[in-house]
Design a protein around this ligand. Sequence first.
Ligand code: DQQ
Length: 539
Amino acid sequence: DNVLSWQRTAFHFQPKHNWMNDPNGPLYYKGRYHFFYQYNPNGAVWGDIVWGHAVSKDLVRWLHLPLAMVADEWYDRNGVWTGSATILPNGELVMLYTGATNESVQVQNLAYPANSSDPLLLNWTKYSGNPVLVPPPEVNVIDFRDPTTAWLTSQGKWRISIGSKLNEAGVALVYDTKDFKTFERVEGMLRRVEDTGMWECVDFFPVSTELDNGLDTSVNNPSVKHVMKVSLDDERHDYYAIGTYNESITDFLPDDISKDVGIGLRYDYGVFYASKTFYDQSKKRRVLWSWIAESDSEYVDVAKGWASLMGIPRTVLLDKKTGSNLLQWPVEEVESLRMHSDKFENLTAKPGSIVSLDIPAANQLDIVAEFSIDKEAINKTMETDMEYDCETSGGAAARGALGPFGVLVLANDGLYEYTPIYFYVVKGRDGNLKTSFCSDQSRSSLATDVEKKIFGSFVPVLQDEKLSLRILVDHSIIESFAQGGRTCVTSRVYPTKAIYGDARLFLFNNATEATVNASVEVWQMNSASIKPFQYEQMN
Ligand code: DQQ
């Protein structure tokens, strides 16, 4: 349809046209995953926001459905904004969402399925008593949005949190309700962190310290930790903290106060915002959805006629080996798109080398790789106080003794364009190795009107662990996971040469000392069927 249509993805969720942002109210109902999202039906930039809707049996193949909710009431005239679903013990569904009123005041509204026996949940009824919550006097009326999924208190009430800011502190306000129509403010805050600004899209959920499955949002017992996530409006990044939730004082206390909400860990060190989890009761897992924005310019988005994608949904678990970070991993269903695979075992990459990986095509891939550095190089390497930081490091071109090494994805033959995803290892004063995981977009495209940042962060590597990565490549998105999902980096890239049949994959080692041993398996990924809505497909 369009010269830029190659940028569209093959197995990521995106509407055919126009602008999309936050995931809204994801849930599993009567055998289907429902996905709602912030959508502009009138253009490829943010505005006129309503709720798009799609349904799937496997989180991979989707059927688009008609808009779930539009801006047709005074209390959401300026936008049907972000919200969350709660499934009640009797199976009933309620949806809370933020409306921007005709006067642009942020209020919370209740909606529910018009026909709860319809597995497609095509029609939604807005409660006649809306809005159910208005901004409390101490916060600005434009700083009160994005209600969470509700959890049950020990008193049998439902509790929600709503993000706001007080002066420059990010805060999460708390409310209790019995019926989702009348709410009472709970004293105190779920959390408050100075200088973090407005908290958007708060998410709050338990993770098990013992089991390998996810937990319903209401579970709270001695073998859970709680995770609190906020989306920092000023910074546009999603931060989480792991800690304990004390219901009686309404407080979430992070395990490590230096990694408090909004200042510590991030779900993803690349492009990733306004994410939200839900508990999938059919597979007993917690699944994370996130909005992945464009890194090109607005005028290109308008020319393309669309903007933004959803990341591949990820399962979320506590990392029981470290106890101090989450593990995020693409949902297993994505593996049903794997087709032909090529295996490269025992590859040796000498310092300063590039090895071509001969595969049939390179724009729709699932890559799994393991690396180890020769011991001798590690022993020989000098200890240093240097703190490596992907973002300011000079990228894959800046050489150290033990890094960078990894793969070049969406590369062209002549290497005018490529995106390195790599490890960089530093030997500290104590003799211990410290590893960073990065994605360098600086040479990803010859185009000049796209962002080309370097992303990444530290990744915990335990004694005797090899370095491992997984990368999903889909035309203009690269999602990278290190050490089983301890550190994740998503980026958008817009090559001009490395497209279609001209995209290639390479192994590279730009270290000056270390020889690297690598094993790589690369699957060609099928396109996922994402069907437009037609009435005859309804059943
Ligand atoms: N997007 C919504 C808001 C939310 C923001 C509006 C986060 O509800 O705070 O489209 O991207």
